[in-house]
Design a protein around this ligand. Structure first.
Ligand SMILES: O=C(O)C(=O)Cc1ccccc1
Length: 326
């Protein structure tokens, strides 16, 4: 018999929590706003990527949104390293946010007086050409996020004269606009991933991406080529290949790989088994729909049914079935 309490609990909506690099107004928050399932749930603002991922691992949050790559400065190394070392995580979605930056100061500030600039290191790297040309003698104070940089001007926590921030900052805080569009590339885009605890991958959509971290076997000629062959010989295109130091000794690197396709695609499953045989350590970070929804193209000879037919043929040989000639 179900009690009244059970009935209420069964009908109560599930509350989920999402961690993101805050405070409100960051690009990471804009990425989280693209997740339909996150609407109406709790959004927890955190101060660094490690905290966001720890929230997920330790159960304070169901998922975390983190910046992973940008079109100007490449991979976000802190995020790549965290995904390589924190166990029990899966990427379940990918989101793109166009990024544009302004330089702001306290009310009344003037561009010619700016010397010390608060900025998130990734934002700083994306504005370096403008800064070098416009404020050649400036110094950089690292900030925890694109909004924390601007807030530090107002709450007295920084000596900086100016901050790099998203344009929307002016709608929420009383700040002086010192310069607009200071990003070095007007088409800069940042790629974010939504990370949850280990779950089965969402079903294949035909427009998916698989993220992996692969270590190479001990120094031998051609080890990197051998890793790449696992993909090339199965018709799999790579959209990201980045090396990150493992950290235990000089010259040891792990590779962050994004490959077109899904773990449930026969060619991807086969490539993963190839990697597993060859590499001392393969971390599967997830298969998830591509943000651009671009359908994955591959040569016809790597289609699922070609792998299935080859496997059936082999099974037939083992079980002694007569070979049919066509
Ligand atoms: O989400 C933000 O706003 C951040 O501070 C991280 C960041 C930095 C630079 C580009 C995109 C995201």
């Amino acid at each position: 018999m179900t009690s009244e309490v059970d009935a209420v609990e069964a009908s109560a909506p599930v509350r989920r929590t999402y961690s993101y690099l805050g405070p409100a107004g960051t690009f990471t928050e804009a990425a989280l706003a693209q997740v339909p399932e996150a609407r109406g749930h709790e959004w927890r603002s955190v101060r660094n990527v490690g905290e966001a991922l720890a929230d997920v691992v330790e159960g304070r949050s169901d998922a975390a949104m983190i910046a992973i790559e940008n079109s100007v400065d490449g991979g976000v190394s802190t995020a790549q390293d965290a995904l390589a070392t924190v166990p029990g995580l899966r990427i379940v979605g990918e989101y793109l946010v166009p990024v544009e930056f302004v330089l702001v100061g306290r009310p009344g500030a003037r561009l010619e007086d700016v010397s010390l600039i608060a900025a998130h290191p990734v934002a700083y790297a994306q504005c370096l050409q403008w800064l070098t040309a416009s404020l050649p003698a400036h110094a950089h104070v690292p900030a925890a996020s694109n909004v924390a940089s601007a807030m530090s001007l107002l709450d007295g926590s920084s000596d900086a004269d100016a901050a790099i921030a998203p344009p929307g900052i002016l709608e929420h805080h009383e700040l002086e606009l010192l310069a607009s569009n200071i990003g070095d590339n007007p088409h800069a885009v940042t790629r974010f991933v939504l990370v949850s605890r280990t779950v089965p991958p969402p079903p294949p959509t035909g427009a998916d991406k698989t993220s992996l971290i692969v270590e190479l076997p001990d120094d031998h000629p051609g080890a990197l080529l051998e890793m790449l062959e696992q993909f090339a010989t199965r018709g799999i295109n790579l959209s990201l290949l980045a090396s990150r130091p493992i950290g235990d000794e000089l010259g040891r690197y792990r590779f962050v790989v994004d490959a077109d396709g899904h773990l449930e695609d026969e060619r991807m499953a086969d490539a993963l088994m190839g990697l597993r045989r060859f590499s001392p350590r393969v971390t599967f970070l997830g298969s998830y729909p591509r943000a651009d929804r671009a359908v994955v193209r591959y040569p016809e000879r790597y289609a699922d049914d070609v792998f299935v037919e080859a496997r059936d043929w082999l099974r037939g040989l083992i079980s002694g079935e007569p070979e049919l000639q066509d």
